[in-house]
Design a protein around this ligand. Sequence first.
Ligand SMILES: [Zn+2]
Length: 112
Amino acid sequence: MSSFNVLITEVACPDCEKRHEARIQFKFGNTWQLQYKIGDKVTWGGNDIGIPNLNEVNAYGIIESTKCPYCNKQDIVEEYDILIKNDVIMGISPMASMENYLGENGEYFVVT
Ligand SMILES: [Zn+2]
């Protein structure tokens, strides 16, 4: 079984526009079912994926459920870019392009 970390953050539903707390899986840093929130610093020294202290990197994030708990539609965005600067998780945005991840190991790409 492969391990991942989880970013817990709010996402908005495109249908009812309500926000709810979601779990977004990603693999960067010590990858061992660790839970993070926006503003947390990624830790290293274990099952490491990636390189510490990169200036700016995007990690590939995938949400655990696309179902909105309010309206029950399944339109929540599934894939995200998780922006990480100097190991601090800055925020998420809907994935711009899967192609960005093809040049690395599929889990992250270096922005600068
Ligand atoms: Zn909804």
